[in-house]
Design a protein around this ligand. Structure first.
Ligand code: ZN
Length: 115
């Protein structure tokens, strides 16, 4: 596995998030793109409450930032790409999609949360 490549991707994602968190304008743009298809009535309600929505995006970006930092930590300790649940290797295609994931695809499916 090419750790340097994933480290690079993670650092880029981290920079992107920091930019979003430091710029309200970025958040507005992101809001429009990612929330254009509300999945349930709760999401729809949130769409009309921009302060709540903004907080929600902040929370989710902070969460992602945390995950990315932990993934970078795993790279430096040599534990990157190992599933935290079953201890098996995480598929490289999966890491390409979600470089900060902690679980292999089968463990992730058993959680039923898409991560
Ligand atoms: Zn697993």
């Amino acid at each position: 596995m090419d750790l340097a490549k994933f480290k690079e991707i993670l650092l880029q994602e981290k920079a992107k998030i920091l930019e979003i968190l430091s710029s309200e304008k970025e958040i507005d743009t992101k809001t429009k793109d990612e929330w254009s298809e509300p999945k349930d009535p709760e999401d729809l309600a949130n769409l009309t409450m921009s302060d709540d929505l903004r907080k929600k995006i902040y929370d989710s970006e902070f969460q992602k930032l945390k995950e990315i930092e932990e993934a970078l930590e795993r790279i430096s300790t040599g534990k990157y790409g190992v599933c935290e649940k079953c201890g098996g290797p995480i598929e490289e295609e999966r890491l390409e999609l979600i470089p900060w994931t902690r679980y292999c695809s089968s463990c992730s499916k058993s959680f039923g949360r898409g991560r």
